[in-house]
Ligand binder design. Structure first.
Ligand code: BES
Ligand code: MG
Ligand code: ZN
Length: 500
C-alpha cells in the first residue's frame, strides 16, 4: 500500500476519513484516548452514544465530524496488554474493513495507536500491517478490487524523528515487498510457474532489485555434471528442466570473521506424488510445494535490500514431481551428489531428495550455518497443525536463535526432536539410505533425519518444515484468508539481519 508520511496536523485535519485508535480504560468502563488532535477527542465525547464505546479490542465506533469527515475509531483493548501483534492485527482488520469505502483521502493518527512504546515502532508496525493486508492476487481475474484512494497518509505528531521515520519505513517496505513477492510466487499456477519460468522470474527480480547479487542457474546438464542423482530422480518424469538457482550476496564490509549463512529452499512447482501418486483431494493445492524456496528467496531479498552484514548464499531447488514413462519408479536406487545411495521407496517423499543434493552442494561452500525451508511433510500438520512452523536441526544454538527471532516476529515456531533411533531408521537394507521411515510415525522428524546425511561436517544446520504455515492463514488479518501467507519470511529476515 502506498503511504505518505505527514508531520503536520494539517494532513490529518484535511483527510476525508480519519482513523484513530482507542484503548480500554483499566476498569473497562470507557475509552482512553491519546489522540494527537485534542479537539477531535473533545468532539468524540459529545457524540451521542460515544459513552458506550469502551475501546474494547475488536470493537469500532464511527462518527461524522463537523467538517463532515468520517472518524473511524479502532478499539485496541488494554494498553499495557496490547503488543506488536495486536496492533498489526488491528490495523490489518481496519484496512480490510475500510478499503472498499468510497473516500479519496485516509489518514491514520499513528500516535493514537502507540501501544508498543515508541512512535517509531508503532509506525513500522502500522506500515507493515497495511502493506501485508492490502496484498491481493488478482492477475487472473477480470474484475479486480479497486480502492478510491491512491494512498494512505500516516500522521506522525513528532517532527524531530523525520529522518529515522523515513529510514524505518523504507526498511519495512523492503520486507513487505519481499513477503508479497513470496506470496505471488506461491499463488502462481503450476502451468504458469514451471521450473524454467520460476528461475527466470527470480533472475529478473535479482537483476532489477538486488544490485551486486551474483546469480548462477544450473540446468539439467549441469545437475548431471554435478552428479545430483537424487534431484534428477525427482525431475525424471517432468516436461520441464530442473533449475538450481544459486544466489550470492556479499556485504560491503567483509573481514575473515564475516559470518556466512546459507539458505536452501524446496521448490516443487507441483507435487503429484509421482508414481506413488497422491489421491485427487490431496493433490489439489500442491502448487504451494515451492513455498520453501519462495520463503528463503523472500527473506534473502529483504536482507539484501536492508544491507545485511552477513554473507548470504541462497539456493533454490526447483522442479515439479510429475509422471511419465521416464518418471522414477518406487524401488529405484539412485546415487546422491555426496556418493550416498538412496533407495526410493516412495516417490512422493521427493522434497528431501531435491534438498539432499542442494544441501550437499551448498555444504561445499563451507557456510557457518545452513537453514533450509520446505513444505516437506503432511506429518507436520498432524503434529503442529496449520499455524505452527516446525524447526529441527543439529545445532541447538541455531534452533534457539530461530525460535527467539520467530517469537520477536510474532510467528509461531516449535522445535521437534531428532533421536538416534530415527536416524538409524532411515538406513536401507540394500542401499545407504531409504527415503521414508519404516513406520510412518514421526514423519517430520524422519524427513529431517534423512536431510542431516547431506550436511557437511561441522556446519550448523536448522530445518524449517513450513507445510502448515505456508498458505491460508485465515486467523491472521494481515494474511490473505486463502493462498500464500508469506509467513516465516519476516523471522528469517530478522535472523539474517541480527543473528549472532
Ligand atoms: N509436499 C508434500 C508434503 C505435504 C503434504 C505438505 C500435505 C502439505 C500437505 C511432500 O512432498 C509429501 O508428499 N510428503 C509425504 C511424505 C511421505 C510419503 C513419507 C507425506 O507427507 O505424505
Ligand atoms: Mg510429495
Ligand atoms: Zn512435496
Amino acid at each position: 500500500m502506498n503511504t505518505n508520511i505527514g508531520f503536520d496536523l494539517e494532513i490529518f485535519n484535511k483527510a476525508q476519513f480519519k482513523v484513530v485508535g482507542a484503548f480500554e480504560s483499566k476498569d473497562k468502563s470507557s475509552a482512553s484516548l491519546s489522540w494527537s488532535d485534542k479537539n477531535l477527542a473533545k468532539m468524540f465525547k459529545m457524540v451521542q452514544g460515544s459513552e458506550n464505546f469502551t475501546g474494547a479490542s475488536g470493537s469500532n465506533f464511527t462518527f461524522t465530524a463537523p467538517d463532515l469527515s468520517t472518524v473511524y475509531i479502532v478499539g485496541l483493548g488494554n494498553k499495557t496488554k496490547a503488543k506488536d501483534e495486536q496492533l498489526r492485527k488491528a490495523i490489518a482488520s481496519t484496512y480490510k474493513a475500510i478499503h472498499k469505502k468510497k473516500v479519496k483521502s485516509i489518514c491514520i493518527d499513528v500516535a493514537s495507536f502507540n501501544c508498543v512504546g515508541s512512535i517509531l515502532n508503532a509506525s513500522a508496525i502500522v506500515k507493515e500491517a497495511l502493506d501485508l493486508a492490502a496484498y491481493t492476487f488478482e492477475k487472473y481475474m477480470q474484475e479486480k478490487t479497486k480502492t478510491t484512494f491512491k494512498s494512505i497518509d500516516l500522521f506522525i505528531a513528532d517532527k524531530k524523528i523525520k529522518r529515522s521515520i523515513d529510514k524505518t519505513i523504507e526498511k519495512v517496505e523492503n520486507v513487505t515487498s519481499s513477503v508479497n513477492f513470496a506470496r505471488d510466487l506461491v499463488n502462481e499456477a503450476p502451468n504458469k510457474l514451471h521450473s524454467e519460468e520460476y528461475a527466470k522470474r527470480v533472475e529478473k527480480d535479482v537483476k532489477t532489485n538486488l544490485k551486486g547479487v551474483k546469480t548462477k542457474i544450473l540446468g539439467k546438464a549441469d545437475l548431471k555434471k554435478q552428479k545430483m542423482g537424487c534431484f534428477l530422480a525427482v525431475n525424471a518424469g517432468s516436461a520441464y528442466e530442473p533449475r538450481l538457482v544459486h544466489l550470492t550476496y556479499t556485504p560491503k564490509k567483509v573481514t575473515k570473521n564475516t559470518k556466512h549463512i546459507a539458505l536452501v529452499g524446496k521448490g516443487l512447482t507441483f507435487d503429484t506424488g509421482g508414481y506413488s501418486l497422491k489421491p485427487s483431494k490431496s493433490m489439489v493445492g500442491m502448487k504451494f510445494d515451492m513455498g520453501g524456496s519462495a520463503t528463503v528467496y523472500g527473506a534473502f531479498r529483504a536482507a539484501v535490500l536492508n544491507n545485511s552484514p552477513y554473507k548470504i548464499t541462497c539456493i533454490l531447488g526447483i522442479t515439479d514431481n510429475a509422471v511419465n514413462e521416464h518418471a522414477t519408479m518406487p524401488d529405484s536406487i539412485v546415487t546422491a551428489r555426496n556418493g550416498k545411495t538412496v533407495e526410493i521407496l516412495n516417490t512422493d517423499a521427493e522434497g528431501r531428495l531435491v534438498l539432499a543434493d542442494c544441501l550437499d552442494y551448498v555444504s561445499e561452500l563451507k557456510p557457518d550455518t545452513i537453514i533450509d525451508a520446505a513444505t516437506l511433510t503432511g506429518a507436520c500438520l498432524v503434529a503442529l497443525g496449520t499455524q505452527v512452523c516446525a524447526v529441527l536441526g543439529n545445532h541447538d544454538k541455531t534452533i534457539k536463535e530461530l525460535l527467539s527471532f520467530a517469537k520477536k516476529s510474532d510467528e509461531y515456531m516449535w522445535q521437534l526432536p531428532i533421536i538416534p533411533e530415527w536416524q538409524n531408521d532411515m538406513k536401507s537394507k540394500i542401499a545407504d539410505l531409504k527415503n521414508i521411515g519404516s513406520t510412518g510415525y514421526a514423519g517430520t522428524a524422519t524427513a529431517a533425519c534423512f536431510l542431516e546425511n547431506f550436511i557437511g561436517e561441522g556446519i550448523n544446520w536448522a530445518h524449517l518444515d513450513i507445510a502448515g504455515v505456508c498458505d491460508s492463514q485465515s486467523h491472521l488479518s494481515y494474511c490473505p484468508t486463502k493462498g500464500g501467507s508469506g509467513l516465516i519470511v519476516r523471522t528469517l529476515h530478522n535472523y539474517l539481519m541480527n543473528g549472532k
